[in-house]
Design a protein around this ligand. Structure first.
Ligand code: SAH
Length: 223
């Protein structure tokens, strides 16, 4: 069997694993099938690119586990007209998956190196509705707000207020919340207009347990 055959088998198993673990949204499965994860991992990890595990990327960060990427994407209930804010570009993989399902993705990363690499990859793959911005995700991207959907891919100890402020009415925000090295849960926040139409209210749901790298304040001082 050639290396290419092996990779094809890996990609088929990858989709089966996602289905088996409960991902049912066809559009999400198609996006997961379409985006080549092997192009987002480091050269030494190409062989394990389609295993259901998080992998190391530069700057001491990680590319998330495919199941968690698919799960969070499914929970966002994306529509093709949505504008999405992602905090924590990392490799750019989650942004690429989002870009297949939404109109526009703005992704914020605190490391310049990671942002530059992700930008280059996304452009090479032709995912041109993603904009990668270097900045502090705690502040979001007020210049481009409001966003229909917000996804944070690093764990916060509390929900950052600036992000909530940038969420559109009827918006959904997903983020892992919990201590830096302890148990975290994905929290889903749904904003809606109150019955009287005078303001907005927020519904909070706790979803699956996860382990993400921490959301750290400020831009990275190093590259
Ligand atoms: N979504 C990524 C996974 C990223 S890991 C992927 O698909 O590969 C989390 C990322 O969040 C890291 O790259 C880390 O540098 C970044 N991060 C942590 N705190 C941040 C902050 N305050 N603002 C922006 N990015 C942040």
């Amino acid at each position: 069997m050639t290396e290419k055959d092996m990779r094809e088998i890996g990609r088929m198993e990858f989709l089966l694993t996602l289905r088996r673990r409960g991902i049912g949204d066809q559009a999400v499965l198609r996006a997961m099938e379409e985006v080549p994860r092997a192009d987002f991992v480091e050269p030494g990890f190409i062989e394990t690119a389609y295993a259901d595990q998080a992998l190391p990327i530069p700057c001491g960060q990680t590319i998330s586990q495919p199941y968690v990427v698919a799960y969070m994407t499914e929970q966002l209930a994306l529509r093709s007209h949505h504008r999405v804010l992602e905090i924590g570009t990392g490799s750019g993989y989650q942004a690429a998956v989002l870009s297949r399902l939404a109109r526009e993705v703005v992704s914020v990363e605190r490391y310049r190196t990671l942002a530059a690499q992700a930008r280059e990859r996304l452009a090479a793959l032709g995912y041109n509705n993603v904009e990668v911005v270097v900045g502090d995700g705690f502040a979001g991207c007020p210049a481009r707000a409001p966003f229909d959907r917000i996804i944070v891919t690093a764990a916060a100890e509390e929900v950052p207020q600036a992000l909530l402020d940038q969420l559109a009415d009827d918006g959904i925000m997903l983020l892992p919340v919990g201590p830096h090295n302890g148990p975290q849960r994905i929290i889903k926040l749904t904003k809606s207009i109150t019955g009287t139409g005078t303001g907005t209210e927020l519904k909070r749901e706790e979803l699956i347990s996860v382990r993400f790298v921490p959301l750290l304040p400020g831009r990275a001082q190093e590259l």
